[in-house]
Design a protein around this ligand. Structure first.
Ligand SMILES: Nc1nc2c(ncn2[C@@H]2O[C@H](COP(=O)(O)OP(=O)(O)O)[C@@H](O)[C@H]2O)c(=O)[nH]1
Ligand SMILES: [Mg+2]
Ligand SMILES: [Zn+2]
Length: 344
């Protein structure tokens, strides 16, 4: 049987230490409605969670290291990093987009659809995850001179490296590929249509991922079940493609906001008042920086908006905890009642 060297995907002695005796390690390379594809040393296998882990709402994502026994996932090994958002829809719950990621590539395409505010939001989520962010601006071939766009992104990047690439001409692709090293994991994050899958195909050297052209209506279902989200690159390194996200709402983000807005935090540290709200206080260095043009006003607005959003999410999370707690107590009280009636 052909052996697959899991070290290509980052398997390490530290991870081996966390593996329960007698179980087989593997890495989740795709998630489907009914289960997961896991890459093991013996090959890729289709597996699922046993009822006990399903009932415990065990969170498994592409990139997770798991321990298999009797064909089922028995344990999810501890994560180093996790890219988490508030799940789309109305329920308050986290959704992990990718786990154990070293490098998170925030992808946008150059052109009229470039949105620096969206990049800012992605950077908060990535900083919060523990992964290192880098920005990738695609479709450079569409512009004669992308420098004005790049400056717009620099204004929100706060020093995060920016790659300008074209999958069409190959411009910048080699430099980006060098960031994807053996044993490390990178993820591509960004809206639908920015060219993530096209980049994966370029790095793999063949049409592995369906892109907008290769996709047809009757293809859709087939790809949804056979598609690999985590691919092993020819040089060793893992690259995770994600489907385009319509929204990326914050789940956690205190430290992510601090890191993504380090420029603002630095200024705020120099305000005269410790609890300065940067609205009208005397001696406010944030407002002074806006007056002098050092800090764009939009950046302060985004900072406020993201903080408000995080605050609102935290309140919803608390409310959910309270409801769960109340249900648990209700159950305990009912059970105690049944027991005492039985005794009588
Ligand atoms: N002009 C140009 N088009 C690109 C480039 N990369 C991707 N595209 C096109 O953008 C569209 C979306 O690409 P796709 O990889 O499916 O985007 P994804 O949704 O982010 O995975 C397709 O029509 C691609 O051919 C590029 O570098 N230049
Ligand atoms: Mg895609
Ligand atoms: Zn201030």
């Amino acid at each position: 049987m052909p052996r697959f060297d899991l070290r290509k995907l980052g398997w390490s002695a530290d991870l081996a230490d966390t593996l329960p005796l007698g179980l087989e390690p593997g890495r989740v390379i795709a998630a489907h409605r009914g289960g997961y594809d896991v890459q093991t040393a013996a090959g890729a296998v289709r597996t699922r969670l046993p009822g006990r882990l399903l009932r415990a709402c065990t969170d498994v994502a592409v990139g997770d290291w798991v321990a298999l026994g009797d064909g089922l996932v028995r344990v999810v090994l501890p994560r180093r990093t996790a890219i988490v958002r508030q799940a789309a829809g109305t329920t308050t719950r986290p959704q992990t987009l990718a786990a154990n990621v070293d490098l998170a590539l925030v992808v946008s395409s150059l052109g009229p659809d470039l949105e620096p505010r969206r990049i800012e939001r992605y950077l908060v989520v990535v900083w919060e995850s523990g992964a290192t962010p880098e920005i990738v601006l695609t479709k450079a071939d569409r512009l004669d001179d992308p420098s004005a766009h790049v400056r717009m992104v620099e204004a929100v990047a706060n020093g995060v490296p920016i790659h300008v690439v074209s999958a069409l001409s190959g411009h910048g692709c080699e430099r980006l590929r060098r960031r994807l090293e053996r044993g490390r994991t990178a993820v591509l994050l960004g809206s639908s249509g920015v060219g993530k899958s096209t980049l994966v195909n370029r790095f793999v050297g063949r049409e592995l991922m369906p892109t907008r052209e290769t996709r047809t209506d009757d293809d859709e279902g087939r790809h949804a079940t056979t598609r690999r989200e985590l691919v092993v690159l020819p040089g060793g390194g893992a690259l995770i493609d994600t489907p385009g996200l319509r929204e990326l709402q914050l789940w956690d983000g205190d430290s992510g906001i601090d890191a993504a807005f380090a420029d603002l935090e630095r200024l705020a540290g120099a305000c005269r008042f410790r609890d300065c709200s940067h609205t009208r206080e005397p001696g406010c260095s944030v407002l002074a920086a806006i007056d002098s043009g050092e800090l764009p006003l939009e950046r302060l607005s985004s900072w406020r908006k993201l903080q408000r959003e995080l605050h609102a999410t935290a309140i919803r999370q608390d409310a959910r905890l309270c409801r769960e707690e109340a249900r648990r107590w209700g159950r305990l009280v009912r059970e105690a009642g049944t027991r005492s009636r039985r005794r009588r």
